[in-house]
Design a protein around this ligand. Sequence first.
Ligand SMILES: Cc1cc2nc3c(=O)[nH]c(=O)nc-3n(C[C@H](O)[C@H](O)[C@H](O)COP(=O)(O)OP(=O)(O)OC[C@H]3O[C@@H](n4cnc5c(N)ncnc54)[C@H](O)[C@@H]3O)c2cc1C
Length: 528
Amino acid sequence: MADENFDYIIIGSGSAGGVVAARLSEDPTVSVLLLEAGPEDDDEMIQMPAGFSALFRTKWDWNYQTSEQKQLNSQRKTWPRMKALGGCSSLNAMIYIRGNRADYDEWRDAYGATGWGYDDVLPLFKKAEGNQRLSNEYHGTDGPLHVEDRRYTHELSEAWVESAIASGMKRNDDFNGESQEGAGLYQVTCKKGRRWSVADAYIRPALDRKNLTLRTNAFVTKIELDGTRATGVTYVGPDGRPVTVGANAEIILSGGAINSPQLLMLSGIGPGAHLREHGIDVKVESSGVGQKLQDHPASGFLYYTKDTTDLAEALTLSNVMRWRATKRGPLASNVGESGAFFTSRDDLDVPDLQIHVAPSGFYDNGIHEPVRRAVTVATTLVRVNSTGQIRLRSADPTWHPDIDPAYFDDSSDLDATIAGYRRVIETFAHRPFSKYLDEPWIPASANPTDDEIVGAIRTLAQTLYHPTSTCAMGTVEGSVVDPELKVNGVEGLRVADASVMPRVPRGNTNAPTIMIGEKCADLIKENR
Ligand SMILES: Cc1cc2nc3c(=O)[nH]c(=O)nc-3n(C[C@H](O)[C@H](O)[C@H](O)COP(=O)(O)OP(=O)(O)OC[C@H]3O[C@@H](n4cnc5c(N)ncnc54)[C@H](O)[C@@H]3O)c2cc1C
């Protein structure tokens, strides 16, 4: 028996869930409940762009770790995920990238995700976007998600772009426009030098609506099913007591690529044999739940620098005061300030590699107090062939699931990444970046052999924080949700978050996930 009823219940207030809640509650005739496991997003380090990695491994973080990664010297890798209002849009590095036209056309053509081709989703990206500089057929200027040029750029980030161009890359001032290829400075989801999360863009502006109820510190432990119909959810509230709420219309699961498949499985929706191993009653057999996990692995070329500064030195009281007063200065940096998209091989038509340049030594998920000043040019594989999985470790919802991204298990992923390092080394030969380079750090040689590059990858490779595809959408075998995001075999339940991407797109995943939230709300409204 439900303690209360709402028309729509949304589980998770992240990049997709926050959007769905705000868009559905635009209709005053429906009631909407948004449940978030974490607290309100009330910490200055969330707002201050350069502060994001200070939130890792704190109370703000779900504190996930992968299983031992065979190809990475058996290391277990840290996977930061935000547990607070706004989800990972309150923790991310704010880079605004949509992916490549080919990604969405592939979702439609290879996975049967009808209605998700590039021409279908472009209007949704534009609807969400409030771009401060770009205004043309690719960009929206009055959407809730502020996108701007960073207010601070370190000289090393600019210099790398100039050197990449000198080495033959074209300049690209809009990675989300006509062409993704080339080198340039990233735009960010900030408003006048402050992070602009989904909580800022969508949730807070909707909170004065009487038909939207937000509950934070509400950890959903089960989706309740009556036969194959989802009827409500049970969550543990701040007082530690379980509460069951009913859904008159639909439940939208937006827990992210780790928690959404975990919660489906805990609720009896998933691969039957695996659920039975944990003593869970199988309600709906769905072999694809938790499968097809993808993530972008990133690994840096770390170089000691000279005649310049390191962003890690910027965390001073005076810079904090400056950021507070003006939202300017080095703490307005998003750390990954510039980069590029290019192909690892001449026979590829669309980029499979992305570069993130950080004006500091960025490794093990963050910048560190410098031993020596350094810069990181990180090769990121954005066309990933390895696929891993999320599996339960326990039927207890408080246990973390087993996370296995299977980094580099497909050897083509390693080949492409090596090619990326080689292209990065070419950029190092050109001014102005070359004049700042002192000595190579990792790899330890300026002209490393392939084995030395592989050694660096096995040591340094880490998540670029983009897990997807664990509740994949489509009509092919193993699809968990259909192109309307409805969970196959279940009535009254949709998934909307990064887990539904049939395949990880070529680029950072926040904007694509916000687009999924926009589309989910439209699909629900069309059905009413
Ligand atoms: C450190 C970091 C840096 C990143 N940098 C960038 C970047 O620069 N650019 C970019 O485009 N992308 C970036 N990303 C990725 C991007 O932010 C994510 O892909 C995107 O936010 C995922 O959105 P989501 O809706 O799938 O999940 P999330 O945003 O993670 O939302 C899930 C929400 O559900 C809540 N939740 C989970 N389980 C439950 C439960 N059982 N009950 C109630 N609530 C629950 C969570 O607490 C969370 O708030 C980064 C991510 C991280 C972590």
